[in-house]
Design a binder for this molecule. Structure first.
Ligand code: ACO
Length: 324
């Protein structure tokens, strides 16, 4: 064990300019605003412009986080990008972000854990910082999920959107940051569920990109149990209870899943941050986008106890508890 602690110094988000409403979608697929809102809580999603790639969204969110922290790229020595929609099969999107930000030192790599990617990336950055491999990291979740969608499949295309969110995490100062930081994390995966939510293509299997395929009911069935499992695990490790939480910042996949997890955990709705209505499921970007919203509007404040959680393809799932 180490007495080192990783604190979150700032967050930032970016959504592409173009908004696609449910009504607009209903003109091209057999769906309706009413169906989408009732089953998912989603009202609109943002779609990246032609030529605007995941690395562009990630770079914009990263810049915002640096601006909010009063830092420049010279102050960062690790970039992690969690994404399922890399610009290219290789190199890692994180190295493209590194290039766009003008960083030539340190290291950059991607993490692929689908919707759980940001929680995995924060936990990885936390471990790198605690072991001394890095001092200050830019952790980004970024997706152009619209490019993986089969726009004729109403069961999936209504659910997702594009966006990016970022956090800067750094080694805590023992004197000034004594109680702050990442207190505990739990990460899980179980590959037996891979075919309940996957993309039917890839460089090794089909030499193509493929489209999202999902057994929605199966995902729903597992989601609430998996989320509560990791949340309880993190609370137990850190010695806190649900009642101690100030904010619950869940993966923004579907309001019904969020509500289900909130009810099962006994977290009052006013402590739950929900942004899925405005950007749909942005996979690895959803948790940092929700965080950035709640920090910017003043809900999450210094000293608050904040629980992040996510669950997605693999299945993968995880949670992180942070003293803000
Ligand atoms: N518009 C209108 N009707 C639709 C649509 C749509 N977009 N999609 C499906 N339907 C129809 C179906 O065809 C079906 O019609 P039928 O009864 O005539 O056969 C009917 O609606 C009910 O379909 P179900 O699939 O049973 O609908 P369900 O209530 O399960 O809701 C949903 C579907 C919203 C996908 C739900 O299963 C769900 O939320 N699953 C979780 C999936 C999720 O959030 N995935 C995100 C990635 S995973 C993650 O991030 C955690």
């Amino acid at each position: 064990m180490t007495d080192k602690r990783t604190i979150v110094r700032s967050v930032g988000g970016y959504l592409p300019a173009r908004i696609m409403t449910n009504e607009e979608l209903a003109k091209t697929v057999d769906t309706s605003d009413e169906w989408i809102v009732q089953r998912t809580g989603i009202r609109e999603r943002h779609i990246a412009a032609e030529g605007e790639n995941t690395s562009d969204l990630a770079t914009a969110a990263g810049r915002k986080a640096m601006e909010n922290a009063g830092l420049t790229i010279a102050d960062i020595d690790l970039i992690i990008v969690a994404t399922t929609t890399p610009d290219m099969t290789f190199p890692a999107t994180a190295t493209l972000v590194q290039h766009k930000l003008g960083m030539h030192h340190g290291m950059a790599f991607d993490i692929q854990a689908v919707c759980s990617g940001f929680v995995y990336a924060m936990t990885t950055a936390d471990s790198f910082i605690k072991t001394g491999l890095a001092r200050r990291a830019l952790v980004i979740g970024a997706e152009t999920f619209s490019r993986l969608l089969d726009w004729t499949d109403r069961g999936t295309c209504v659910l997702f959107g594009d966006g990016a969110g970022a956090a800067i995490v750094e080694l805590a100062d023992k004197d000034t940051d004594a109680k702050r930081g990442i207190l505990a994390s739990a990460l899980r995966s179980d590959g037996q569920h891979w075919n309940k939510l996957y993309v039917d293509g890839g460089p090794s299997s089909t030499m193509s990109v493929g489209h999202v395929r999902m057994e929605g009911k199966e995902v729903f069935k597992h989601a609430v149990g998996m989320i509560t499992d990791v949340v309880y695990s993190v609370l137990e490790t850190s010695g806190y209870t649900v009642a101690d939480l100030d904010w619950f910042v869940p993966h923004q996949a579907n309001k019904r899943i969020i509500d289900g997890a909130g009810v099962k955990l006994g977290i009052p709705p006013e402590k739950v941050v929900i942004t899925v209505d405005r950007h749909a499921n942005t996979s690895a970007a959803s948790v940092p986008l929700a965080l950035a919203t709640a920090v910017a509007d003043g809900r999450i404040k210094r000293g608050d106890l904040v629980m992040l959680e996510a669950m997605g393809g693999g299945f993968t799932w995880g949670a992180t508890l942070i003293r803000w």
